[in-house]
Design a binder for this molecule. Sequence first.
Ligand SMILES: [Zn+2]
Length: 906
Amino acid sequence: MASFSEDGERTQGTQKTERTENTRKSPIVTLLLAAALPLTMVAQTGARDSTTALLSRGVSQALARHRAVTIRHVHYQLALDITGLDSAVGRVSVSFHRSDSSDVILDFRGRRLTRAVANGHVIPAGAAANGHILVPARLLLAGDNLLAFDFVADIAPTGASIIRAHDPTDGSDYLYTLLVPSDANQLFPCFDQPDLKARVRLTLTAPAAWSVVGNGSAASVDSAGRSITTRFAETRPISTYLIAFAAGPWHHASTTHHGRTITAYVRRSRAAEADLDTLLALNQRALDWMEGYFGRAFPFEKFDFVLAPAFPFGGMEHPGAVFYNEDRFIFRERPTLPQRLARFSTILHEVAHQWFGDLVTMRWFDDLWLKEGFATFMAAKALADIDPTADAWKTFYLGNKPQAYAVDQTAGTRPLWQELSNLDQAKSNYGAIVYNKAPSVLKQLEYLVGDGAFRGGVRRFLERYAYANATWRDLLGAIGQASGKPLSGFGREFMLRAGMPVVEQRLDVSAGRIARLELEQRPANRACESAVNEVARCAQSDNRPTWTERTEVLLAYHDRSPVRIPVELRGRVTDVTAARGWRAPDFVFANARDYGYYLLLLDSTSLHALERGALHGVGDSFLRAMLWGALWDQVRGYRMRPDRFVELALRELPRETDEQIVPVMLTRLERAVAAYLIPGARKRIQPEVERVLWEGVGDTARSYGVRKAYVDAFIGLATTAEGIARLDRLLSADSVAGEPLRDPTRWDIVTRLLELNAPEASVRLAQQSERDTTADGRRLRFIAGAGQATAAIKRSYFTRYFSDSSLNEDWATGSLGPFNALEHETLTFPYLAPALDSLPFIQANRRIFFLETWLAAFLRGQTSDSALGVVRRYLDEHPHLPQDLRRKVLQHMDELERTVRIRTAD
Ligand SMILES: [Zn+2]
């Protein structure tokens, strides 16, 4: 699946959802029958304690292991009637082979179980409790068994396994499932773990005017009065979290290419805006490319996709029925290059998952990184091949490395392989480590073994574990075999060890020649070095705080082509002997082409050269992107004052034309100006900031994408009276950056005017609300409202986050940024402690990415030492906070710590 926020920080203006009425509070596990388990049900008295342990809440790893060795050949025949408004009535037959004599435990936390039968015998009432159904051994046979259950499952806008999205423009309802990581058992009784793959035969009864899409293709369709029943063909073996269907009065379109037909589904009210022809073509290209790389035909019988409304992720890779986020795939205003590349990358990511994740699946969610890292890495490889003009490895760098480093250098980081004792905690495993570090590590691995051996190993891995499950050791084993290189050390350093290295360049020049070039590494997080507590037990866990990596050192000259030196980093200090004797370069960059996974600190000679103008002589935009990344790391590492960075960025920006680099530079400029500079310094530089940004907006020599990035930055940074007046006048301009001003950007302006308490802000809010009455307009109005600078508004929003059961989660997500505008630091400070106190509730009741957005918004909205004190006190006063939550707080506290320290030094 693709994470929700992966394409950048400025998401508030581009995500859109439908208002869904009567949104329910998230799920409270339905205890079917509250009665405690009758002891008579446990087959053998001696096994009672262990059975009771297996029946604990959620799906424990012990239960999953037990089932994986005792159960096989699982089939589900699942029939659902989804004609009801708020519930689905279902029946499932579960057949399987059992190889021991113990009880069998299924998982079910749907609304109600109405009938349970094992091999023709009624399973006693009381068998269902705590999210499980216990089938006593006396009702089971040696070998093949057949269970049958009748049940009711919820349909709701949030908090249910079947999500209902209501379209207010035409009154239609659309349904789709989202069962990852362990919500299949919220839908129907099953063995809900990734390594009990099953063949699934789905039957759906839906209103007659609807169309339905499932993992398999429709085998037969029967109409009866006002409903229609579709029987789908049996699937190949798939994991429960990948079972999916969507239903509604969809508009659909198909294309056939090389004998393969793909059908795309989109809701009717947005069919005219959705460029389905392009999307179909992009999916076809992705499938063709992956088949070639993996050397295996598409592993399932058909491939369709759905643009799902109000979808909480970027996409989800269900075999044969991929769901994409409708808002990300339909552009309401002209898209920039990064937006188009992000959309294609999501397609490539989900299509890669069909092999990596769906055909071969992780055994347990501790190896989540395996499928996510691979899908993103394969997406970059495919993009590089399919579209050479995309500069895919620069895109990959910009989209992954800064995000991975930002988390991996904190005391809250975790290893790629993340121990997980129960699937009900799997949500916490999602984040930058899995989505951004994992593909970065795979890039290093491919460089280490070579592309041929890498591909050979991947093909071997897919061959060996097709329609089954595997772990990271199996992958490294296959690649190790193909390359003839033992990879156990690599596994220890990159899969099992948390944290990352910082590599510092040390350059000695003598008589115009390099006398010595050394690369010194140390763990990025000092807390890891002293192993002060369990959480920070990271980099030194095996007493070898170094990593072995292959990389490339670049010596750059203004008057000749660069010298590239392959280097293996090993041990604390690596002496780059091959650099000795070369003419002193303008600068050194010890991670050319971005193969290494480490934060690079430049030597002072290189840093000064770049500051003095060597940057704009760099013609290679990929290198330029990395140099800007390294400079930003000098700021965050207290080696370059933020005002120096701001001045450098303002000087270089007018020369920078790269559509991918400019938005990233501007985002960093925004953070540096608004958070890192103390008020006096900001006041001095503010007019110059606004002048450069406004010139960028108006410069017709630049591309639309570059100018649009300046528009966004100007909206974010204008604070002078003149700047605010300009923002206000933009709303009545005919065009901006050469394009008509559309509603998403108009809303961004109105939101910012409210945050700044601009004189006409309330009037503009009213005008814009009248102008954009679409469903998205209503969402953006709510988001803008959070930016109003009064204590009463803040109180009202904060209360609604918890008390308003009709508030859509996407609305809440979008409003967190304006709520925590840096200008409102004093107003929002009182909410910092309550925001932290609510973390356990949020973890239990909100979807995967909400908690991260919440923490990031509240902590990035503060810059003071007293705010940092609140966070530290929270951690001190909650010694029993679950480790996963403590890690998330530490990850996000890092930026606040840096902000405070940078401002103090300033
Ligand atoms: Zn994914």
